[in-house]
Design a protein around this ligand. Sequence first.
Ligand SMILES: Cc1cc2nc3c(=O)[nH]c(=O)nc-3n(C[C@H](O)[C@H](O)[C@H](O)COP(=O)(O)OP(=O)(O)OC[C@H]3O[C@@H](n4cnc5c(N)ncnc54)[C@H](O)[C@@H]3O)c2cc1C
Length: 380
Amino acid sequence: MQIDVGATLPLEAIAADAGAVDAEGRFPREAIDQLTRAGLLGLGLPESLGGAGGGPVEFVGVVEQVAGACASTGMVYVMHVVGAQTVLAGVGNQGAAGPKQEALEAMAAGRHLTTLAYSDRGSRGHFWAQVSHAVEDGEGLVVDADKTWATSAGHANSYVLAVGAPNTDDPLSTELYLVPSDQEGVAIPAHFDGLGMRGNASAPLRVRGLRLSAQQRLGDERSGFALMMTATLPWFTLGSAACSVGIAAAALDAAIAHATRARLDHEEASLAQVPGVRARLAYARVRLRESRALLREVAAAVASDDPSAQEGVLAVKASAAEMAIEVTDLAMRVGGGAAYSKHGPLERHLRDARAAAVMAPTTELLHDFLGKAITGQELF
Ligand SMILES: Cc1cc2nc3c(=O)[nH]c(=O)nc-3n(C[C@H](O)[C@H](O)[C@H](O)COP(=O)(O)OP(=O)(O)OC[C@H]3O[C@@H](n4cnc5c(N)ncnc54)[C@H](O)[C@@H]3O)c2cc1C
């Protein structure tokens, strides 16, 4: 199904609140409610579950625009859709009833926000490796874990929680569980006060004595790593890249508007008529268009299960993250002193753009994986 992205996006209202969300470090609840009313929390979920349909191509189209309006909202939305896709893949053909199916239907109806809790204190940004392992204590599975970041912590209805599988200390032997955010054993010991994405509420989760049932597990025993690679990774790298493209596009639009408006009265010219300024804008536009083209190419490849998609999945997030850092920096330079002040959006875009490079898999790790892939080496 093709959802009509242009007709449903409530961008003006989301953009109008973006400055306050950033300044106050406030979770963008109203923007998420707007996306809910537009049916977008169910994007990527099949109509049989009540979802909006659509796939990777529609996803990147929505995220680019939402993140351009408010990067924090874009990030919360990305983690929700990626979490929902991971749950969907984990439910597979396990049967139609049960808490995971109910959660998916609630996500499709916009009554349930989810997110990922993968990053483990012991393995840091190597999210695929888990240091904390579930143990059998005679009454079932129980786990203690310290998750360093979970977007929407305290605001999501559930966490897709990664833990090491029981009865092994192999860090790659992992399992994913859908954990209701109010389940006993999950606490949020600290709140987020970040450089950028200041409304995305990424906070640590302190997991102590959390009881996990087989009904909560996504996929089979020890299937966490495979789910991360096949469901989480492609949707996350696309979503993160789309956020970067959206932020860069918003920054470049603001820089172009400034350069066109700002006057050098003594030369009877606008700033945009200065050759060095317009060349900077042109270079930034080329970088943006390159990344957007790659984003669309990779989204289409993932949507069609193209065998060449893996290389694009490894390339797209790093490419867009570094582009957004470069383009927001160029936009700041063109904006001069006006951009340096907090009155305009440019310095916010500059701060927001830096998050993607450090979100796992980081740019450095993606380059390392891609290098291995193209030289025929095993990734793990
Ligand atoms: C805004 C935001 C939202 C987030 N949301 C979530 C979320 O919802 N869920 C979640 O699970 N996590 C989330 N994270 C966490 C994120 O995915 C990373 O785990 C985290 O940012 C990594 O930080 P770290 O300090 O542990 O980095 P480290 O892993 O300590 O990395 C530090 C540096 O070392 C480099 N490095 C590490 N290993 C290698 C290597 N092998 N080769 C080359 N360089 C290497 C990295 O590239 C990086 O530059 C979020 C992070 C941010 C910033």
